[in-house]
Write a protein that binds this ligand. Sequence first.
Ligand code: SF4
Length: 676
Amino acid sequence: MGIEYVPTICPYCSCGCGIYLVVEDGRIIGQEPWKAHPINEGTNCPKGKNAYEYLYSEDRLRTPLVRKNGDLKEASWDEALDLVASKLKEATPDNFGFIASCRNSNEDLYVMQKFTRVVMGTNSVEYCGRLCHSPAAAALIPMMGSGAMQTNQESIVDADCIFLAGVNVKETFPMIARRVARARAKGARVIYTDPRKTNTARYLADIHLQLRSGTDAALINAMMKIILDEGLEDREFIASRTADFEALGEFLSTVDLKQAEEITGVPLEKIKEAAIIYAKAERGCILYDQGISQHYVGVDNVKVHANLALLCGHAGKPGSGINSMRGQINGEGGGDMGCLCVFYPGFKRVGEESAKFFEEAWKVENLPTKPGLTYIDMLYNVSNLYVVGADPMMVVPDTNNLRKALEKANFIVVQDIFPTEISKLAHVVLPAATWVEREATHTWIDRRVQKINKVIDPPGEAKPDWQIICELAAKMGYPGKFDFSFAQEIFDEMRSCVPQYKGITYERLDRAIAGIHWPCPAEDHPGTPTMFLEKFNTPDGLGHFMVVEYKPPAEVPDEEYPYFLTTGRSIFHYHTGHMTRRTPRLLDEVPRGFFEVNPDDATKEGIKEKDTVTLTTRRGSIEAEARVTDRVPPGLIFVPFHFPNSLANVLTNPTLDPAAKCAETKVCAVRMEVKR
Ligand code: SF4
């Protein structure tokens, strides 16, 4: 066989760019951007240009491993799955939990939640969306009817004001950053909130509101007060498409602008300028990410931005709305497929009615009717844990404490493509196939469903995740419920019970170069690039304002821990870094953990560029290399979270948002000591 160019989709962020893999004799030997793909328009970002090398890493998991006398030893599939089946048969619904990942396909995720509910009898199934974008659903379902992105990526170019709220779009969503730049070239104004002076601030923002960490609600309330004072609210939109405005108006009349300036650290004139630009725009588009959601007030932060969009009538139009930017390849699909302890597939809320619906759909009895445990609660409160494609030891705050809890677990199964930090604690490790080693669908950031075809065989005995779970279910005695032979059979069952996906078929996806946006209620429906054109998805069809009062961060600097700490990503690495740290060209760019410190603070602490520094919070300490830079203001330290040897989440604060159960990983208090 000669060389083939096989089209596929990038495995990294949730933009969903097309790439061509160059395949020779069943092995990928290179790649090119998919020039005609409508998302990437001829190029890819550094991660997308280096998307396949990790597949051939020496330490790919190739056979099942079973822990014997303290060590993980190679085992047959039968031996490993028999052991897992026997252990899980002893588990109860209260002491079992399943953690899936945004890296899994829709088909994987659907099977995982079905296994948890049907076989294990519990709703304790979660995915990593809980740790970053759960505030979207908690805030926006009651306010607008859905937590998903409201516009499509292409329409961002048509906005005339783009508000980047806590999203360093140039590093985390590079293709969306290109669209923002194109909108700006056409005259759009770009407002950006971030405590750091990132490349987004330097090269994309017209107005950088460099607020103090965790003061977003104070800033947005001030912007809304200014808009009302100036009479710039969209009265027609408020009257025809919203409810509960009076309470917000009353509350905003009490907001003190001088106090907002003091709290946020942003000059009032700048707040005013941003408020007026956003309010006067025809199409204002809020794009937001973990900068506002990973707080113990994450739900409040999303609500306050939704209030701003409703106040100015910036919703229900292409290139507008309040749009959650889910960072990973299938961040949307995880929630859609029901990998959340409070939602069955299709965001059907857990309860009697949903249980009855799925009992009929799946022809089973006694599905659980009570919410399960959320991601972090599960890790601390169950003794039998099944983890697929996720590494809680890297993404959950207060990692030292978590390690102590997991070391006491009765039984941990890890299913992944590489050894991970949590697989070091596992009793059984199962080898899984990657994104191009099986056929499947994913749902990208703007509800865009695309299909990925199999390009190469998985290594050794690795198998698709859904197939492993189905084989386990068969061993546990559930004939007929998990007898899927192909991914398409799973997708067809899923779309028969998830109305948003009903009209999307494999055949349509094979023809749809740009994918299909849900909701797509029928096979002749074109899909829905923009939501809420006529009405919101709330029971009365209206957008609901909700009053939000500012609350300070759960932990603020003091004498012992005098600096704020925040966390985030690098353009060269992806999430836990397990794929990008095995990609030589990306690792060369950023080979190890580091932290950013302002030159004034560095001088004060006696820190020089590249010094190894110990960072300490109330949870623990890490060592990291110093980068002395004005990207961070005085008083703020930044640590990326991709590196196990400088693990940011050893430091972070586990305080949870009471509604969304998302932790405050974006802000805590820290001290630093240089190591000589
Ligand atoms: Fe891949 Fe995202 Fe980069 Fe596109 S922007 S190439 S999807 S990492």
